[in-house]
Design a protein around this ligand. Structure first.
Ligand code: RIB
Ligand code: CA
Length: 365
């Protein structure tokens, strides 16, 4: 082909290409818009159907027998829960043991991808208390413990929370809290701006209709650091609380534990052995037919919120010395006309919870 006609051919081809591109733009925009609308509709549909959206998750924990069940439950659910890290705090047992136990749960779940950061060794103000009488001297009932091969991550959990939440996209991170709220309270005090990165706090703690489990009025996680709970409840971050009001309705039974054991994998045996020992105290103390698996209900809520029911209420913590120390005051009927800062969960589908727990534990080694 002669040079001139080649050049004009190239020019007209370029013009044609430009024209095609301009024509394609609105179509491309329409495709992107349709896809993003479909995604948000799917998200809305999931939410409406009670199916969970995928969560970027950090779990703050004081393992703790029921914490270990919760951690295994969560680590068996990687499609929905993108666990960034476990952060540990003193609570059921001292920090060295809660941190070792978090690493043990990680080893049992075969999830070496999840770092464990150790956090606060003691509450903000009050004298430390522990619950080794419930969780055993090593912090996990019913099983032998050992020193896991994979170490803690370098650095303190509070510093990890601050740098991670500062770097996170707005409202992107869910923090599940299974123990005293000391780590987050310290992070909020040092860096109030981290609330920007938080989507929601989902925490096990508090008691209202049920009454307390460590005193007649207080639940252990709040009682162990009421000053931390006060800071967290005033943070302005969306909070869902799973208190004793619901955990004491989602109880084990011999059949439910037998089903876990019957899975036939090591994880099912470990969970059943832990629960068989862990629930004895509460069954005897409260005269219940089964025992609560407090912290695991937090994971159940994250995975299938439709299993639970609650209401937006105002919740405050009493941190004054005395019989009400650590009590969560819940304005269930809104009489005080104060801002509702907590989604307080009071009901749960026990069978649905244990079916989901069993199904997820069956995924583990
Ligand atoms: O009151 C129950 C809570 O206190 C649970 O989180 C249990 O692990 C203990 O930390
Ligand atoms: Ca706990």
């Amino acid at each position: 082909m002669p040079l001139k006609s080649t050049a004009s051919a190239v020019a007209s081809t370029t013009t044609a290409r430009r024209l095609l591109f301009l024509l394609a733009l609105p179509v491309l925009g329409l495709v992107i818009l349709t896809l993003s609308l479909a995604a948000s509709n799917a998200h809305a549909a999931d939410a409406a159907s009670g199916k969970p959206a995928v969560r970027t998750l950090i779990i703050d924990t004081d393992p703790g027998a029921d914490d270990v069940i919760a951690l295994l439950f969560a680590m068996a659910s990687p499609d929905e829960l993108k666990i960034q890290a476990l952060t540990t705090v003193a609570g059921n047992v001292p920090l060295a043991k809660t941190s070792r136990n978090a690493r043990l749960a990680r080893e049992w779940a075969k999830r070496p991808d999840i770092p464990v950061y150790a956090g606060a060794p003691r509450p903000l103000v009050r004298t430390p208390i522990y619950a080794a009488d419930i969780h055993g001297s090593e912090g996990i009932t019913g099983v032998k413990v050992h020193e896991p091969s994979q170490p803690l991550a370098e650095g303190n959990a509070v510093d990890y929370l601050i740098r991670t939440l500062r770097a996170a996209p707005e409202k992107s991170v869910t923090l599940a809290m299974l123990g005293p709220e000391t780590n987050l309270a310290l992070a909020l005090t040092q860096a109030p701006d981290i609330t920007r990165g938080l989507r929601e706090l989902v925490l096990m703690g508090g008691a209202h209709f049920n009454g307390g489990n460590i005193t007649p009025t207080a639940e252990f996680n709040v009682f162990a650091d009421p000053h931390a709970a006060e800071i967290v409840l005033k943070s302005g971050v969306p909070i869902t609380m799973l208190p004793l009001d619901v955990t004491h309705k989602v109880l084990t039974s011999p059949e439910r534990i037998a089903k876990l054991r019957g899975i036939g994998n090591q994880a099912g045996k470990t969970v059943a052995d832990i629960l068989d020992a862990y629930v004895q105290h509460d069954m005897q103390y409260y005269g219940l037919p089964g025992g609560p698996v407090h912290d695991a209900t937090v994971i159940g809520y994250l995975l299938q919120p439709s299993l639970f029911k609650g209401r937006q209420v105002n919740v405050e913590v009493d941190s004054r010395e005395g019989i009400g120390f650590g009590q969560t005051a819940v304005d269930w009927y809104g009489g005080l006309k104060k801002p509702a800062n907590v989604n307080w969960i009071a009901e749960g589908d026990a069978q649905g919870f244990f079916d989901l727990l069993t199904q997820r534990i069956s995924r583990l080694p």
